[in-house]
Structures are given as structure tokens and as C-alpha cells.
Design a protein around this ligand. Structure first.
Ligand SMILES: Cc1ncc(COP(=O)(O)O)c(C=O)c1O
Length: 375
């Protein structure tokens, strides 16, 4: 129950990975047949990502992870001391660090939006943070702390009214429910393949709205970024697409596997996945709330919920609860620092029986703990 950290790879994904490495192993990586096939797989992955997100392939940069995507955007602006960026208080470390680093090195100012489970409160809180120096919003689509779904469409509308672009971190969103970026209206969207898309580690994606292509700086560049390179004059032109951010030798087999992961999840139908997971999450939260001393930190309203369920116990610290759940019932979750607790991930392949094992395990551990302490 840890897809929010790493999803399992279906056989088709592992097969694609192994097959690609076998071609390389048997014929050599620069054998024309292998090179062409890997090249087609790589561009095929871009097409599949673009289709998944409802954008054009030219707007997709294939990255290695979410952090890289966020950094490409952070490095793309000409920051001046005193410029402001709005984040939430529940970002992943990688949603904080690039901005904290810019605060340290360039004098960027960070404004923090305190999240609640109420979309109305989030939107009114956001309105109070804009100033004439606001240059960017960089927020999670779904928080990794509690799985709260943010009102991203409304956030983009509010921000765009002031001419301010929005970068969304979609690490916990893609593969959990349909994500159509043109409907959301964001300017940048960073996501990864190794969680809910069931792809391999080391693959990600970044959407860049075409309007920003000429305006964003390239923080890094190399072969692959250019369309033309003149060896005599050393003049070059960049690719006229988001592919300009991809440079140097890349692990092409990983992207063949990413493509398979996305195709696998999409074949299950993301609408159906959302329906099943929402019901399972609501059931799990209801049952957790019946266990003495358990607090559920994730939203209870299905409209703002996802398959991430975060809770804590008054009787036992999260790390210890997780260790016991793993050693006795082989249930794997992940600790969360803020709010302090345990996060479990419910996916479309999570069985109701597995949820029952989790609940039974928690009840047993807490009952034993209470008995030991004479409660
Ligand atoms: C919301 C969020 N952002 C960013 C990350 C970091 O992702 P990556 O390891 O792909 O850079 C994670 C990983 O858990 C996450 O949940």
C-alpha cells in the first residue's frame, strides 16, 4: 500500500524494459535497428504522455522525475531579489527546495498558503497572498501529505486574472484520476512515471505551455536541445518544442517501459479507477475512525479525496505502527512528518481483503499496546 511512493510494475512494463535492454545487449546500442526502435519507443512515450494529459506532444519534455521538472521551471525565470513565489505548506521537499535555494541565492521571497480541507478556504487564503511582486504559483495538484485534491482549475483562473503563471506538481495526481491540462489551464505541470502510472524509476514528464517556450530560459543544454548546429560558425538554433530541455544520452529503455505503464493504467479506465478508489478510501477512512484513538488527516469528502489515506494513533507513533504492520501483516505504508502519521496508498489493484488486513492489524496493535499500558 505504497503506490504514492513507488507503484508496482506490471509484467508488461518489466518486459518492455528487459526487451529493450536485450536488443541493446544482443546487437549493440548503436546498431541501426536498435537505435531506430529505441528512438521510436522514446517518441512513442512522448505521444502517450501527451495523450494522457490532453496536450500536444511538442509541449511535453520527458524528464527523469518530478524534481527535475520543477527545477527546469525554477531555472527558467529571470528572478530578481524580492520576486515572490506562492507555495503551499504541504509541498514535498522537492516542492520546497528549488524555491528555498532561489531564496538563498537570488533573494526570492516565498509566500506560504496554509491548506485546509475546504476548497473555499484555500481559494480565499490564496487571494490574500498576491502582491505586485508575485511571479509564480508552484503547488501540488494532490498533496503527498494527506492526498488532498486542490481546486487547481479555480486556482489557475484566479492567478491568470493577475497575469501570474501556475506550475503544478502532479506526482500524486497522474494515474489516480483523469488529468486534462487544457481544462485545468495551468502553464507548467511536472509529474513522474514511477508512482500511479506503474512505470519504472527514473522517468518523468513536464508540460510547458507553448506560450512559455520562447520566454523560459534553458537552465541546462546539450546535444538533443538543438535543431541546427553549424560547425563552421558555431551558430545553433534550439528545437521549437519542449524537447529542447532533453539533452545528452538518456536511458531510452526506461521510456519504452513508461509507455507500457501508462497504456496499462489507461486500459483500466481512469474514470473507473477513480470511482473504485474513492469508494475504497471512504470505506477505509470510516472504519479507521471507528478504531479508538485514531485520527484521520486526509479529507473525508470524496470530492477532495484520493487513494492516499493519512492517519495517526494517540497510542503509538507512526513509525512504530508501520514497522509492526510490516513485520506481522506485510502491510507497507509510509511515515508522514507533517501531519505526523502514517500514509497508505489505495490503488485500483488494492483488494478489499487487503484493506481488512490493514484494519485488523491496526486494531490488534493498538489493543495490545493499550493492554501493555494498562489502558
Ligand atoms: C507531491 C510530490 N512531489 C514531488 C515528489 C518527488 O518526486 P520525484 O522523486 O519524481 O522527483 C514526490 C514524491 O513522492 C511527491 O509526492
Amino acid at each position: 500500500m505504497n503506490t504514492g511512493t513507488f507503484g508496482p510494475m506490471p509484467h508488461g512494463v518489466t518486459d518492455a524494459l528487459v526487451r529493450a535492454y536485450r536488443w541493446i545487449g544482443s546487437k549493440g546500442p548503436y546498431h541501426p535497428e536498435v537505435r531506430d526502435r529505441l528512438g521510436l519507443e522514446y517518441q512513442g512515450a512522448r505521444e502517450v504522455v501527451a495523450h494522457l494529459l490532453g496536450v500536444a506532444p511538442q509541449e511535453v519534455t520527458l524528464t527523469r522525475n518530478v524534481s527535475e521538472g520543477i527545477n527546469l521551471i525554477a531555472g527558467g525565470f529571470d528572478w530578481e531579489a524580492g520576486d515572490e513565489v506562492i507555495l503551499t505548506d504541504q509541498e514535498h521537499e522537492s516542492g520546497f527546495l528549488p524555491w528555498l535555494h532561489l531564496a538563498r541565492t537570488k533573494g526570492l521571497r516565498i509566500k506560504i498558503l496554509a491548506l485546509t480541507t475546504s476548497h473555499r478556504e484555500i481559494l480565499s487564503g490564496l487571494e490574500t497572498l498576491f502582491t505586485p511582486r508575485t511571479r509564480l504559483l508552484a503547488l501540488s495538484h494532490v498533496t503527498c501529505t494527506t492526498g488532498l485534491r486542490l481546486p487547481v482549475r479555480e486556482i489557475c483562473q484566479i492567478s491568470h486574472k493577475r497575469g501570474i503563471p501556475v506550475l503544478l506538481d502532479g506526482a500524486q495526481a497522474v494515474g489516480q484520476f483523469p488529468v486534462q491540462l487544457k481544462e485545468i489551464g495551468c502553464d507548467f505541470y511536472a509529474a513522474c512515471g514511477h508512482k500511479w502510472l506503474l512505470g519504472p524509476m527514473g522517468v518523468g514528464m513536464l508540460y510547458i505551455h507553448t506560450a512559455y517556450l520562447p520566454r523560459l530560459k534553458l537552465p541546462q543544454i546539450g546535444w538533443g536541445s538543438h535543431e541546427v548546429f553549424d560547425w563552421e560558425t558555431l551558430e545553433y538554433t534550439l528545437k521549437n518544442s519542449a524537447e529542447r530541455y532533453e539533452y545528452g544520452t538518456r536511458a531510452l529503455p526506461l521510456y519504452a517501459a513508461l509507455r507500457k505503464g501508462i497504456e496499462y493504467v489507461a486500459a483500466w479506465d481512469l474514470e473507473k479507477i477513480t470511482g473504485y478508489v474513492t469508494r475504497l478510501a471512504s470505506y477505509t477512512k470510516d472504519r479507521l475512525l471507528q478504531i479508538p484513538g485514531i485520527h484521520v488527516h486526509s479529507p473525508l469528502d470524496p470530492a477532495t479525496s484520493t487513494g492516499l489515506v493519512t492517519f495517526s494513533s494517540e497510542d503509538i507513533p507512526g513509525e512504530e505502527l508501520l514497522a509492526r504492520l510490516w513485520s506481522r501483516w506485510k502491510v507497507l505504508g509510509r511515515p508522514v512528518k507533517k501531519p505526523h502519521g502514517v500514509r497508505i496508498s489505495l490503488a485500483f489493484f488494492t483488494q478489499e481483503a487487503e484493506v481488512e488486513t490493514l484494519l485488523y492489524g491496526i486494531e490488534q496493535i493498538i489493543a495490545e499496546r493499550r493492554k501493555d499500558h494498562g489502558i
